[in-house]
Design a protein around this ligand. Sequence first.
Ligand SMILES: [Zn+2]
Length: 436
Amino acid sequence: METARPDDLRAIEAAALRRQLDYARTASPFYRRKWDAAGVDPGRVGAVEDLVRLPFTEKRELQETQEASPPLGDNRCAPLDQLVRMQATGGTTGRPLRIAFTRRDVDVYNEVGARAAWAAGLRPGDVLFECMNYALYAGGVSDHMTFETVGACVAPVGIGQSRRLLEIIRDMRMPVGLYATPSYALHLARMAREEGLEPSELGIRKGLFSGDAGLGVPGYRQQIERTWNLAARDIWGMGELGALAAECDVADGLHYLGQGLFVAELVDGRTGEPLALADGAVGELVFTTLEREAFPLVRFRSHDHVRVSTGTCPCGRTGFRFAVLGRSDDMFIVKGINVYPLAVQDVVYGFRPELTGEFQILLDEPPPITRPPRLRVEHGEALGPEELDRLRDRLTRRIQEVLVFTPAVELVAAGSLPRTERKAKRLYRLYQGDRP
Ligand SMILES: [Zn+2]
């Protein structure tokens, strides 16, 4: 499937799409109601291109249907005795969404996740330590099972076990792999040094990363690779769907790997208009499941903004590739310019070691933003007052040049911003009650 010719794939996906829509119309009161209200007939979707006739599905609507008809809402399409797993997807807004899977759904989750893990370099014979949150989070046990599907030997570490993990890795004396968020990899390196261990000598040689987009920032990736002496590969997914994309050995963008199991679309994040998945196109990814039994999703909005590339890759995979620009919920607009925290991170990382790389963006006022947003940044060690002033000016000017907005830079001492084992939070909307 990963190397199929696009025409062959389209025929396979069209047939699967017709089956999935037919199934959702029969089994899901949620979709029946939604399509009736929009006055559309899913029976008229014959080809993948016709999908644009159907309305989007937002996470919020699914949360609402679960609140109105618990336990799983009106989109539960399989009886309880067919369900074998439930997880809750987090998210930046609202309550967690509960998603359940049949055995067949789990197989699909494993299949696409195994494609991603294989692309990222995981193989049978590897011992992989998974340091994701196993508590309800999809990236925990579900990703774990995708690695077992590849045939790797997976150790469920979870989070908050860093010292034990370091001890185990040290005692094993063999090359091993790590699956974690990029911020956890740096956290673990600090812990190792506190224990008197040199990270690069511990033998972690494969790094699979997911959960935050930091690996897309060149400086961040290099820091992780150098600190641990490993090859870092990015895996991208959504709890509602699975791990849908990963970097291959060439590491030139994330390969989309959901062929035959999902339909991916690109749309304009603001207007929802469909966009061609063409080289250089920028937009939001939208997904439709093709094989879902318990919880089908039709035109489910990811709210992740990406830049697509379609050039051929030496690895032979034929799907499109993409780079993540940021989440639309993380994006903020300053005088008409879209700003993603990831892009700010890129600039901040360019200033290391004068800056540590840790930062927070503090938005005091709701949009439209009229005053320069505050950028709180940690400076490195041993800088005098004049050096700090010059550093502040240079950082401000660099952001003006690269990102075309003016921040109010606040320099704070090294080590004063919180470090986290989990996803690093960069953007705080103080007007909404966020607390840094
Ligand atoms: Zn490739």
